[in-house]
Design a protein around this ligand. Structure first.
Ligand code: ADP
Ligand code: MG
Length: 252
């Protein structure tokens, strides 16, 4: 089963075409890393999967269910809104900027959506939040506010918060690029553990070492298009596209 699939997704901001016919499928338990230069459309693509951006045309499937089939910016799929929203809850997202609630202690921010969106009883949600915080190595930070956490800890908290909704696929948009270099490893290691545990992941990253080690498939995006995709050995050792080769030379 493909967990996320897009077919021919196009998106423009005014005259600027940001996504040009992007087709990609992420299978269950697969880890796909998207690499590419700044401005390639990587964030816009991830955001469109989570309905943070509206696409102009193309199809979006979540777990093989067609949720969006857009023509001129209008979704032609008729479906009760709650059904679409429920399907979209399967997709969790972690951003470059952690987007935490400044006035909420760690455990409260992890409990919030499960209690208010999933209607989990607070005590049950609290117990689960503790387990999640332990899982990301924040067992001694239950009551800490974001301002008292390092960047790496904040990002691990953001990962725990996303996991609390029990998503079946996780999207990561450059989760380590706002971090001081010495804090990158702790976040990548949490992500690696998630991947090893069988989470389906779509990760935009500049961490080529992570992509090489953890990805099943690496996708190179440039100027709104996927130019090349394949297993990491092939993309990193023997890229077929000149643009991919140039990009890798500039970052490696
Ligand atoms: P990437 O994540 O690969 O760096 P983005 O998806 O953020 O690329 O951006 C792709 C292009 O779309 C860039 O040229 C960016 O300036 C433009 N863009 C992104 N968001 C908006 C927006 N809300 N309005 C106008 N242009 C945007
Ligand atoms: Mg981006």
């Amino acid at each position: 089963m493909s967990m996320v699939k897009t077919v021919g997704v196009c998106k423009a901001f005014g005259a600027l075409e940001v996504l040009k016919d992007v087709s990609l499928s992420v299978e269950q338990k697969e880890v796909v890393c998207i690499i590419g230069p700044s401005g390639a459309g990587k964030s816009t693509y991830l955001r469109s999967l989570n309905r943070l951006e509206r696409i102009d045309s193309g199809q979006i499937y979540i777990e093989d269910k067609l949720l969006f089939d857009c023509v001129n910016g209008v979704n032609t799929v008729k479906m009760p809104p709650h059904e679409r929203n429920t399907a979209l809850l399967e997709v969790g997202m972690v951003f470059q900027s952690f987007n935490l609630f400044p006035h909420k202690a760690a455990i409260d921010s992890v409990m919030l959506a499960p209690v208010h969106v999933r209607k989990i009883p607070p005590e049950e949600a609290r117990e689960k939040a503790k387990l999640l915080l332990e899982r990301v190595g924040l067992e001694d930070k239950f009551d800490a506010f974001p301002s008292k956490l390092s960047g790496g800890q904040q990002q691990r908290l953001a990962i725990a918060r996303a996991l609390a909704m029990e998503p079946r696929i996780m999207l990561f948009d450059e989760p380590t690029s706002a971090l001081d270099p010495e804090l990158v490893g702790e976040v990548l290691s949490v992500m690696k553990t998630l991947a090893t545990g069988g989470m389906t992941m779509l990760v935009v990253t500049h961490e080529m070492g992570f992509a090489r080690e953890v990805a099943d498939t690496v996708v190179f995006m440039f100027a709104g298009s996927i130019l090349e995709a394949g297993p990491p050995e092939q993309i990193f050792s023997n890229p077929k596209n000149n643009r991919t080769r140039q990009f890798l030379q500039s970052v490696l």
